[in-house]
Every structure is written in C-alpha cells, then in structure tokens.
Design a protein around this ligand. Structure first.
Ligand SMILES: C[S@@+](CC[C@H](N)C(=O)[O-])C[C@H]1O[C@@H](n2cnc3c(N)ncnc32)[C@H](O)[C@@H]1O
Length: 227
C-alpha cells in the first residue's frame, strides 16, 4: 500500500484525530521551542490533521502556515478543522515542495519524516526552501535506538526509515544544516496501568511501556540553515 493510500484511509475513518491527540503529548513541548516570531511563515511537513499549524497561529502569532501532506483526505480534513485564512493546506510530496527558494522561515514535522522514500533529497529540498537562519524541527517517535518502534513498519504496512540518532545528525549536516540540538522528549501523559494489569493486549511488561513513553518518547533533531 502507498503512504497516501494508507493515510487517506486513516483520515476517512477518523484516525487522524486520535493521532493528533497522541502526538500532542510531546509535540506541544517541541513546538513551544520553535523560535518562530510574529509574522513568520512556517511549513508543516506531513501535516496530518493540521493541529501544529493551528497551535502555532494561536500561540506564536505566526503570519502564515502551510501544511503539506501526500494524502488528499488528510489535507481535506485539515482544511475542515480551521477557518483561519492564514493557514493553508496542499497535497504534495516532501521531495517537491511548492515553494520558492528561501521563502520559509521554519519547518516543523512530527512523525512524518521517516516515511520519506529519499530522505537526503527531502533534506536538500528543505535546505532550498528555508531562508538563512531558518530552522527544521524534525520530531519522530520511531528511530533505531527506540527498540519498541521497530515493529511499526509491519503494523502500518508501508516502508519506513529507521535511522539512528547519529544518522539524523549526520544527514542534516550533509544537507548543509548546522545541528542546533537533539534530544528525547518524554511522553508523560499516556496512561500506564498498574503493574497488576500486565501483560496487556499491547504490552508484555510495564517496564517496557514505561521505557517506550517516559524514556524514549519523541526524538527531536533541530537543524539550522547557516546565515
Ligand atoms: C503519522 S502521520 C503524522 C501527521 C501529523 N504530523 C501528526 O503529528 O499527527 C504522517 C503524515 O505524513 C504524510 N506523509 C508521509 N510521507 C509523505 C510524503 N512523502 N510527502 C508528503 N506527506 C507525506 C502522511 O500522509 C501522513 O499524513
């Protein structure tokens, strides 16, 4: 199945909103760090339901947000969740962004980058559209060190990248970004049942679930375009 077919199906069945709710646990902390200023233009790469753009407009008064997603049904839902004329959504691919060179101040991406077929091409494309001093905030819940995320490719049924933390940093540098930081943001909100409830349908042990949410959480890598 293609990525866009898979996520169109998610959007049609309302799973985009459950995804938004889960991702918000850590996305809100990463978004709070995004150094966007009033009037800035922000790109949300693989925007899903578009919650990040809505939040950025409310909390940071950014001038414009563009969400890009390969799945038409996702973009359709995202449009329906806001009437803000300064938030727009386009169907498109990470590798061919419909923006001029140096036209975007910041790019945000949550749980989307590892679906890239050619991740180095995507980084080159971001480097092209971001202005000098612009940033790429790349948040993922699946990566090499996070052992509990390895089985997701099989569960979702689409190809997924599995880079290590170092591979993210190296690829960013190779594309011409400076790496301003990389850290794990714990999810402190997903409820973890008492020891006596384990094993559950999804988790063999409580320790594994604690590790998944409270220790690994979300990996955030921040790239900056040199001035
Ligand atoms: C797991 S969802 C995450 C959505 C949202 N960022 C969130 O945090 O809930 C990944 C999204 O990335 C989109 N996507 C995956 N590969 C893409 C590509 N190559 N170009 C554009 N969008 C893509 C999918 O259609 C999907 O909506």
């Amino acid at each position: 199945m293609s990525v866009s077919d898979a996520f169109d199906e998610w959007a049609r069945s309302g799973k985009d909103q459950g995804m938004e709710e889960r991702h918000w646990h850590t996305a809100k902390h990463a978004l709070a760090r995004l150094p966007a200023e009033s009037g800035d233009t922000v790109l949300d790469l693989g925007c899903g339901s578009g919650y990040a753009g809505r939040a950025l407009r409310e909390t940071k008064d950014v001038g414009r947000v563009y969400g890009v997603d390969a799945a038409p049904e996702m973009a359709h839902n995202a449009r329906a969740y806001t009437d803000d004329p300064r938030v727009a959504f386009a169907v498109g691919d990470f590798e061919h962004l419909p923006f001029d060179d140096d036209s975007i101040d910041h790019c945000w991406s949550m749980e989307a980058f590892y679906y890239a077929q050619n991740p180095h091409t995507v980084l080159d494309e971001l480097r092209r559209v971001l202005r000098p001093g612009g940033t790429f905030y790349c948040a993922v819940n699946r990566w090499e060190e996070h052992v509990h995320s390895h089985e997701w490719e099989e569960l979702v049924g689409v190809p997924m990248l599995l880079w290590s933390e170092q591979q993210y940093r190296e690829a960013f540098r190779e594309a011409g970004f400076a790496v301003a930081g990389q850290d794990r943001i714990p999810d402190t909100e997903t409820e973890i049942p008492a020891e006596s409830e384990f094993p559950t349908e999804d988790w063999e042990t409580r320790a594994a679930m604690v590790e998944r949410y409270r220790e690994y959480g979300t990996l955030l890598t921040v790239g900056v375009v040199p001035e």
